[in-house]
Design a protein around this ligand. Sequence first.
Ligand SMILES: [Zn+2]
Length: 404
Amino acid sequence: MSKSCRGLIGIAALLGVTLEGPVFAAEPFEQGMVTITLDDGWATQYTKARPALNARNMDASYALVTQALAQGWGGYMTTAQVQTLVAEGNDIASHTVSHPNLMTLSPAQLTSELVDSQSWLVNTLGLPAVPNFVVPYGYYDATTLAAIRQTYGSSRTVKGGRNFRDSIVYELRANDVHQRVAVSTVRGWIDQAAAEKSWLILVFHEFIDGTPVRDTQYRTSNFTAILDHIRTSGLPTVTLAQGVAMMEGRTDPDPAAGLPVYVDGMESGFDNWSWATHSLDETGVVHAGSTAIRFEPDAWSGLMFHHSGVDLSQYQSVELWVHGGTTGGQAVQLVLHDGSQWLGAVTLDAALGAPIAAGTWQKVTVPLASLGVTSGTLVDLYFMDASGGDQGTVYLDDITLVPY
Ligand SMILES: [Zn+2]
């Protein structure tokens, strides 16, 4: 290790760099719960996972690719096997017709993948409805999400984390249990769900008795160890449908009500991907509510708030509150980014028309038109150091997109 590299680690340690996971506006359930989702309809789900589930009286949710069933793809379950799963009380979710990346499809193809898979499942399996959707690869954006909402009552992603009563039903979080995920890691997730009374959704693909040779394979004995830990923890296993039924049914917030980004934690499906030294749980300097954001705008580092996609044509401005700490005068740049390019940027002092003040909260309003942004999709919202140097601590609170 070079001297300069060691120096950097020393500085990071000195600054107390923290890596924070996403924070929710979390309404707990009555107790924690776990869902086993089995994606794509692999044959080993029937031959290896099903016996382990049945032996423990656990129902699962199977996310099926209908073309695999209709065309009898090798390595996948047959329609007759799926009918047995239904008869045994398991839950069926749609996972499209052909498992495409939804973001690459024409509008007609997108509709077909969503609608045709649902009607095939309803008709072939004799189900009253198939209201729940599982997003292939977890790839979606604002357009695909809007189409999913036309056809389904919920959709599950592979965004890691847990769900709460007030989570958005179209962006259900789920933890992918692929080959490299240790049983102890999954046990930790289950214990976390128990402690916070949240809903943990686990995703499995294929099963193998020996050593996995593909990322999507999971060792059967590790799967049963996970099921046993769920039993030991006392948490109920629920299907996707049962879990969704216990939620408040919150969809994406109505644009007319404004889109909060941060209130006392991340909101509206924004995730905290910040790399600067920061905290989302500052309690000493707060504008409103219980917490604010504390941020060290040093060495070009920044806060980064990530979303699956916000249609900016619905919003006229970004509003937030800023506090300059003990020093004031910090150079901090607000950047709107669509995932591939900058849509617009402005420094907070330019937006204020004055330097950021020390010792007080100031409201900042940034009309999107002033940045030349009248359309486009917001994916990442940044607050970045614009000095390149070492600046005093800045506090932010109540960040909102204001609708027309
Ligand atoms: Zn899949």
